[in-house]
Design a protein around this ligand. Structure first.
Ligand SMILES: C[S@@+](CC[C@H](N)C(=O)[O-])C[C@H]1O[C@@H](n2cnc3c(N)ncnc32)[C@H](O)[C@@H]1O
Length: 286
């Protein structure tokens, strides 16, 4: 059966009977992959369509499973960062920019294990993320979801969903896991983090995960062109370019490192062949 807004609505409503968001789903193009749905498929989710699966499968076939490996590493690093922020750094407010579709162990679930009153705002530009998020969080007073563009951070901080939940006078954390590499150079990703940092009070945090250009022999312009042609964006950058996202921040140990090396839960874990294409770091405002 053809994919349509009608079918997607029924699929979401199957899981969340309270969902009534047909209007949010009109205008979605099912024939072109989106980053959120490709990522969902690579993590083993079910909120994706034929075009998404075909883009992901093509990348995995060409790069020997690299797409899945990178997505899993990214997600695990994000989860470790949230756990660290909630337990060791005492953070109770999170803005997750480019949050993706709900999956297992979402940011609010990890934060709520530590403190059920912790606040989480999910932000994504993909309308399906908004639809799922709103359905999932319909009864949740501490978590919300906003549709906004990471390239315009002021619109994120000024969104009603953010202003309602986040107390900007108390420390908050921004999570940008595998989203800055979906901004093109002309969208000024360094300017984006600079504008976010400028509005953070002392003791706030920025966590990012990014694709790295320099260390893996296949992490080159060809790989970038393949990713961009399959999913629309995915710009791999150098250590120096990524370091600039943290200007003015103090880096939390171990600094900017391969994502698998960022506070690994199991120090004996085996490294996959693509572990040198993804870097993660957490910075703190002085
Ligand atoms: C690879 S997924 C990562 C999801 C999540 N951060 C995680 O680490 O599990 C990237 C997400 O960023 C979103 N995204 C890409 N460009 C964006 C933009 N300009 N503004 C907001 N979201 C964006 C995509 O829709 C997608 O959901």
């Amino acid at each position: 059966m053809a994919e349509s807004a009608e079918r997607l609505h029924d699929k979401i409503a199957e899981h969340y009977p309270q969902f009534d968001g047909k209007s949010q789903l009109t205008g979605i193009d099912f024939s072109r992959p989106t980053v959120a749905r490709v990522y969902d498929y690579l993590l083993g989710g079910h909120d994706n369509f034929a075009a998404d699966r075909s883009a992901a499968d093509a990348l995995n076939a060409k790069y020997n499973g690299g797409a899945t490996e990178v997505c899993v590493s990214n997600r695990r690093a994000l989860q470790r960062a949230v756990r660290y922020l909630a337990t060791e750094a005492g953070i109770r407010q999170f803005i997750d920019i480019g949050s993706g579709l709900p999956t297992q162990e979402n940011v609010h679930e990890i934060a709520h294990q530590v403190d059920p009153t912790a606040r989480v705002v999910y932000v994504d530009k993909d309308p399906i993320v908004l639809a799922h998020g709103r359905a999932l969080l319909a009864d949740n007073q501490t978590t919300s979801v906003a549709q906004a563009d990471a390239a315009d951070p002021d619109s994120i901080l000024d969104a009603p969903e953010t202003r309602q939940l986040i107390d900007f006078d108390k420390p908050w954390a921004v999570l940008m896991a595998s989203v800055l590499h979906h901004l093109a150079d002309h969208e000024d990703p360094v300017g984006v983090t600079r504008r976010l940092i400028a509005r953070m009070p002392s003791g706030s945090y920025l966590f990012t995960v990014n694709l790295l250009r320099e260390d893996h022999p296949q992490a080159d312009a060809r790989l970038e062109a393949d990713v961009v042609s399959r999913v629309g964006s995915g710009f791999i950058r150098t250590w120096d370019q990524i370091r600039r996202y943290y200007e003015g921040l103090e880096m939390v140990e171990p600094g900017l490192v391969y994502a698998n090396d960022w506070r690994p839960a199991d120090p004996d874990k085996s490294e996959g062949p693509w572990s040198t294409v993804l870097v993660a770091g957490l910075g703190k405002t002085p």
